[in-house]
Design a binder for this molecule. Structure first.
Ligand SMILES: [Mn+2]
Length: 265
């Protein structure tokens, strides 16, 4: 079986951690051919490697090898760093072994829709402040985005790891659903602001694909738990795949209105 797509988006692979499902990803990549592959952040968990020592089994090397093979055989591979691999943000605009590094990226779908692809950690501060946002309006929304950036570039200069307000809040919140809803609202708000037809992101390890108020919301999920990918066919139709065994399960195209329940993937 060969998987042929126009575009594939993967995020939150977390190479360098024990929880990375590298063997599933290698299997997926071996079956894959596509025109463009977006790696939507937290691909290599550089902070974990730095904090808890080097963990790099042969299978993680094999993931890298498969990605380089795709790049060398004509696939455009774009690496958009996330917060766990933010050190690579310094290399935005450069290429290594045919892989482009970009901070975020606009993607033109086959059907003419314009989609913004980004990791999503830039929304952490917004998510935390969400209860007050509706009262304060979008001016403060922009200010919060700036604040999140300022705090974390300051921490970075001090050699401190990225601090995710949102993960903190997520760990404190009894209802994770509230957190996910706040994140998704922030993303949708940003889509309207950027005047794009959709946003594809990662970061919260919650795979999703749906159309909301005329905007496509896609979350790649992760390769720690869900083993999911967002794929675009040659007509511009997006679908969510979960690659858990050697068979692929199509979990719904853009008409699907519900995120995948964790229990089924
Ligand atoms: Mn992240």
């Amino acid at each position: 079986m060969r998987l042929c797509y126009r575009t594939v988006c993967l995020s939150d692979i977390h190479l360098g951690t024990k929880s990375c499902k590298a063997e599933y990803l290698v299997d997926f990549l071996r079956h894959l051919s596509c025109t463009t592959l977006y790696l939507v952040g937290d691909v290599i968990d550089l902070w974990r490697l730095k904090r808890s020592g080097w963990y790099w089994p042969a299978m993680h090397n094999e993931v890298v090898r498969q990605l380089l093979t795709l790049a060398q055989s004509g696939t455009r591979v774009v690496y958009i760093p996330g917060n766990h691999d933010e050190l690579l943000r310094d290399y935005a605009g450069t290429q290594f072994n045919g892989i482009e590094v970009l901070p975020r990226c606009f993607h033109l779908c086959a059907d003419g829709r314009q989609v913004l692809i980004l990791h999503g950690d830039e929304f952490d501060a917004v998510v935390c402040a969400n209860p007050w946002l509706s009262a304060l309006g979008s001016l403060s929304y922009d200010a919060l985005l700036g604040l999140n950036h300022l705090i974390n570039s300051g921490r970075r200069r001090l050699g401190l790891p990225y601090w995710s307000l949102a993960s903190y809040l997520k760990s404190k919140l009894k209802n994770v659903g509230d957190y996910i809803a706040a994140f998704e609202q922030a993303i949708l708000h940003s889509a309207h602001r950027h005047k794009v037809d959709g946003i594809i992101c990662g970061h919260i390890h919650h795979p999703a694909l749906r159309q909301e108020s005329g905007v496509l919301y896609g979350n790649c999920g992760d390769w720690v738990e869900h083993c999911t990918a967002l794929v675009e066919d040659h007509q511009g139709q997006w679908s969510m795949l979960a690659w858990i065994t050697d068979s692929v399960r199509l979990l719904g195209g853009i008409q699907a209105t519900e995120p995948i329940p964790t229990s089924t993937v």
